[in-house]
Design a protein around this ligand. Sequence first.
Ligand code: HAM
Length: 416
Amino acid sequence: MFKAVRGTKDILPPDTSAWQEVESISRRIFTLYGYQEIRTPIIEDSGLFNRSLGSSTEIIQKQMFTIQRDSDLFALRPEATACVARAYIENDLDKKEGFAKFYYIGPMFRAERPQKGRLRQFHHLGVEAIGSLSPYLDIEVIGLANRILNELGIKDFNININSLGCTEDKKNLAVSLRFKLKDKLTKLCEDCQARFKNNVFRILDCKNEACRHIVETLDLQNDYLCNDCKEHFLKVKSGLDALGINYKVLPHLVRGLDYYTRTVFEITHGDLGSQDALGAGGRYDNLISELGGPMLGAMGFALGQERLMLVKSASENVERSGLVYVVTLGETAKQEAVVLVDALRKAFVYCETDYEDKSLKAQMRQANNLNAAFVLIIGDDELKKRVVVIKDMHTSIQEEIPQDKIIDVVKVKIKC
Ligand code: HAM
C-alpha cells in the first residue's frame, strides 16, 4: 500500500472547510488592504533561491528539494518571496505597475525533519509589497499580519520586531557579533562554529540549547544602526504604537534568510511548542536589484497555514453556521424537499438533506453534527397545512412558515 510521502499530509474533509475559511477570510483582508493575488510556478530555477536566500542558509544547505533534468537544476519553491521578486522583474511590473502589492496562498517545500508544525510540504499565506522604502509600508504590513490573525480569532500571539539596518549596518552587526562571540566559540555547537565564519547571524537562531543560552546572555543593542535606519525603525515603532499593536523589540531577532534589511518581524504562539513561529517577514530592499531589477524597497511576510490551523481554537473550526438542514418525514415530504432544497440553493443558501431514509431523530442528530444553523421540517402535518417548520438550532425555537414564504424567511434569518 502506498503512503503519503514523509512530511506531507492529506487535508481531508471536514478540515478542508476550515482551511477554505481561513483562506477566504485572508483573501478578504488582503483585498481590503489593496493586495492582489499572484500565482507563480511551484518549480523554479534552483539558482533563484541560492541567489536570494543566501548560500549559507539552512534552506539552501540542507532543505531544498531539487530536480535535475539534463543540465537544468530545478527546485520546488521553499518560499515565495524570491518567486514574486523574479516574476515582478521578468514581467516588467516595475514599469507597468511601479509600486505593487501582491498576496499568495500555496504550498512550499522544505526537506526538514518532520514534527508537529513542521512539514516538508506546508502552506504559506503571504504578501509582498514592492516599490517603497517608506516605514509606513512596514507599519501596514505588520498591521495586516496582525489584522489577519485577529480576524481568524487567534489570540495570545506575540509580535517580535527588530531592525537589521542597511547593508553597511549589517556588516557592523556581524563585526560586533563576532567580537561578542569570540571567546565563547568553543562552547558553540559544531554548526555554529562554522557559522561564525560563514554567516554569523545564523548563530542567533540556532535551536541548540547551549547556543541559545549563549545568545540570550549576549548584550545586543541596536547601536550598529546608522541614523537613517534608526529613524526608520523609530517611525515603524511609533506607527505600531499609534495603531495599538502590541509588539516587543528583540535585538537578537535576525531571521534565517539573507535577503532581509532593516525591519524584520516574527509572530510566535505559545501553543505551538518548539516550532513556535506562526509567521514572519521583513524588508528586503536589495533583493530586487540583486536579481537584476531596479533598486526598489520591498517588504512582506508569510504565515504558516498548518500552524494557523493548529492554534485556531477547535470551536472556531468548521464554521457551518450558515447551513440549513432539511428534515423530511415520508415519501411525499421527500418529493417536496427536492424542490425546496433546489430553491434554497438557487437562492445561494447552503443546505443539506437526508438521502438515507433516516428517522427524524437520526436526521436531527445529523443536522447537529453538521453544525446546522436551522432545520426545516416537512412531515404529513406540514404538507396538509402547506407550511414548513423552521427550528433555530441555537435557541431551539420553532415556528411554522407558509411554504411560499420559506425561502425569503430563511434568507433573512441566515443573514442575521
Ligand atoms: P519563513 O520564516 O521561512 O519566512 O516562513 C514563514 C512561516 O512559514 C514560518 O513562520 C512558519 O509558520 C511557516 N513554516 C516555515 N517552515 C515550515 C515547515 N517546514 N512546516 C510548516 N510551516 C513552516 C519566509 O518564508 C519568508 N518568505 C517570509 C517573507 C515574506 N519575508 C518577506 N516576505
